[in-house]
Design a protein around this ligand. Structure first.
Ligand SMILES: CC(C)(COP(=O)(O)OP(=O)(O)OC[C@H]1O[C@@H](n2cnc3c(N)ncnc32)[C@H](O)[C@@H]1O)[C@@H](O)C(=O)NCCC(=O)NCCS
Ligand SMILES: Nc1ncnc2c1ncn2[C@@H]1O[C@H](COP(=O)(O)OP(=O)(O)OP(=O)(O)O)[C@@H](O)[C@H]1O
Length: 198
């Protein structure tokens, strides 16, 4: 039987870091951020809808300028809602297909790495939910450092998602990522061992 693990958490808390641990052990990863990037390639249905809705201010020729779109949607909740309405049905469909394909290959464990897993109700697609968390101070610092955002921009992005507290309440497993990478990896390995998946 396949276990589908939903991996989520607030922006820049360390989902990709945890996802890389699973990947290094050979488990397949479904990456919702990568799916969303593939869905906006020129000529796709989603690309057409984005063009009609947001206009050429968020395009460089045919290419969607994700940074420009990000600046718009993360400073206006209505625009973010419009983007989610366009993209989420296609993201969900792609995730469902990917899970079905991997289940058909009888994989023991599949990881769904999705930042909005809880906000979008993707719990129904997975068996267990793992939430990666860190202190709000570290989250803000990591986001500013990684993406070069100002404090205000980073805070707006964090505020556009559910709080870490709410996500932790809905988690089956919480991975605390405030210490070293090795300490975080140890928590993941412990869960794998306890679940008899390794
Ligand atoms: C807004 C966009 C254009 C910004 O692109 P950019 O390359 O700067 O960021 P990237 O896609 O790498 O996302 C970085 C992080 O932002 C956060 N984020 C992305 N989309 C959203 C959203 N709709 N709501 C809240 N947070 C989001 C996530 O924590 C994500 O890990 C892009 O994120 C996008 O198209 N988002 C909509 C698709 C989506 O819902 N993705 C999440 C899949 S569950
Ligand atoms: N334990 C840690 N100690 C120090 N830095 C860390 C730690 N874990 C992750 N980081 C750094 O913090 C940043 C955010 O981590 P990561 O990209 O894994 O987060 P994420 O949750 O996947 O982000 P997003 O929601 O944007 O996809 C990265 O620059 C990463 O290298």
């Amino acid at each position: 039987m396949t276990v589908v693990l939903g991996l989520t958490g607030g922006i820049a808390t360390g989902k990709s870091t945890v996802s890389q641990f699973f990947s290094a052990l050979g488990y397949p990863i479904i990456d919702a951020d990568r799916i969303s990037h593939d869905l906006v390639k020129p000529g796709t249905k989603v690309w057409q809808q984005l063009y009609r809705t947001f206009g050429n201010a968020v395009f460089h020729g045919q290419e969607l300028d994700r940074k420009a779109l990000g600046r718009i949607v993360f400073s206006d909740p209505k625009q973010l809602d419009t983007l989610n309405r366009i993209m989420q049905p296609a993201i969900r469909r792609t995730i469902c297909q990917a899970i079905a394909n991997l289940k058909a290959k009888n994989r023991s464990l599949i990881i769904l790495d999705a930042p909005l897993l809880l906000e979008q109700g993707y719990q129904t697609l997975v068996d267990q939910v793992m939430v990666v968390t860190t202190t709000p101070e570290r989250q803000l610092k990591r986001l500013m450092l990684r993406d070069g955002y100002s404090k205000e921009s980073a805070e707006r992005r964090i505020a556009s998602q559910w709080s870490q507290t709410k996500k932790i309440q809905l988690a089956d497993i919480v991975v605390e990522n405030s210490g070293s990478i090795d300490e975080t990896r140890a928590q993941v390995l412990k869960w794998l061992d306890n679940s008899k998946l390794r």
